[in-house]
Ligand binder design. Structure first.
Ligand code: NAD
Length: 331
């Protein structure tokens, strides 16, 4: 297995002493002690636990977030703080990012003070959901500076990020993906989707469209049952034992909707972003997208009425308001 300099296991040995800086790549058998210096930008709901897992796996982190309170928990674990994305990219060869919007991903990667201007960076691993168009655009800009873009959107929510059980979708040049696959495995199960920039993003959009659809559809189905006099908790138990089971019925409803906590950990604006991207991606590919359009309407209404910062489980409140019912555990 070949390792580029700068991402060597700490116990790696250079075969010819004194060749540091001259040798482009070394032979090394991977071991449990494989450690890298990694930059991590964006320490929100997902970035925070993912960065923590990297530190716990023994990697050395340089972190950056526009919020100081987001970097503090990582500093307590030994991470260094950088002053900008460029500063991160000045210090390490491998930079990861988990950011909330396409505009912010682009700005952090290729804007003024962005990763593209860093002195050491060789690869930019975007863990955010950006859609394939933006991923390809960032990849093309970075390529001009010999920086490789690796798309690595994830699925499985904050719970999966904490436990390291995410689905990690990766696309990028084969040799680069090989190099970082083991590091990404700290987040969960790694699926190599392809080499073209954006392929992993298309995969992620297909997945999130299904997740968004399950939330919208389950909200309507349960509200209908409640209005007809059914107990929503019994409905969810039946659905989970039957053929209607989805991640909405076996995760979101029991955890955050029936108890009325509405705190699943994913913002409405982010779900709207994903569904909109998926709708546009299908349209650009001339694929029928009428279900996507109907689901997109539901998320646009939820976003308009409850705000982008609301937890995405707020979609139930939007349906409840129109149905004149409350979907909660009967006391
Ligand atoms: P979040 O809003 O909780 O976190 C984003 C972080 O980025 C925040 O800490 C924010 O301060 C920081 N940030 C904003 N602008 C910045 C900038 N210019 N420079 C540096 N940091 C900046 O979002 P999240 O829920 O963690 O989601 C991050 C990405 O992961 C999104 O693309 C989302 O679609 C995707 N995602 C989220 C989930 C989930 O369940 N939350 C699941 C899978 C994928």
């Amino acid at each position: 297995m070949l390792f580029a300099l700068g991402c060597l296991p700490r116990n790696a040995r250079v075969t010819k002493p004194g060749t540091w800086g001259k040798v482009a790549a070394l032979s090394f058998h991977r071991s449990k002690d494989f450690h890298m210096d990694i930059g991590f930008i964006g320490l929100g709901n997902m970035g925070q636990p993912m960065a923590r897992r990297l530190v716990e796996a023994g990697h050395k982190l340089v972190v950056y977030d526009t919020r100081n309170d987001a970097t503090a928990p990582l500093v307590a674990l030994g991470a260094q703080v950088a002053s900008s994305p460029q500063d991160v990219a000045d210090r390490v060869e491998t930079v990861m990012a988990s950011l909330p919007s396409l505009q912010i991903s682009e700005k952090v990667a290729t804007g003024e003070g962005g990763v593209i201007h860093g002195k050491r960076v060789k690869r930019f691993i975007d863990l955010s959901t950006t859609g394939s168009r933006v991923a390809a655009k960032i990849a093309a800009s970075l390529a001009k500076k010999n920086i490789v873009q690796i798309d690595s959107p994830v699925s499985g929510g904050v719970g999966g990020a904490n436990k390291g059980t995410l689905a990690v979708m990766v696309s990028g040049p084969k040799s680069e993906v090989e190099l970082v696959k083991e590091v990404l495995a700290v987040f969960g199960k790694v699926f190599v989707i392809g080499e073209k920039p954006g392929m992993a993003q298309t995969m992620k959009l297909a997945n999130n469209f299904l997740s968004a659809t399950a939330m919208a559809a389950t909200s309507e189905a349960v509200a209908m049952g409640v209005k007809a006099g059914l107990d929503p908790a019994v409905m969810i138990d039946v659905i989970n034992a039957g053929s209607g089971r989805t991640t909405a019925s076996d995760g979101k409803f029991p955890q955050a909707i029936l108890p009325r906590t509405f705190n699943y950990g994913f913002a409405t604006a982010l779900m709207l972003k994903d569904v909109r991207l998926c709708f546009e991606e299908a349209k650009n590919l001339n694929v029928p997208n009428s279900v996507m359009g109907a689901v997109l309407d539901q998320w646009e209404t939820t976003n308009a009425e409850y705000g982008g910062d609301s937890d995405f489980t707020a979609i139930v409140k939007m349906i409840e308001k129109r149905a004149g019912v409350t979907v909660g555990k009967k006391s």
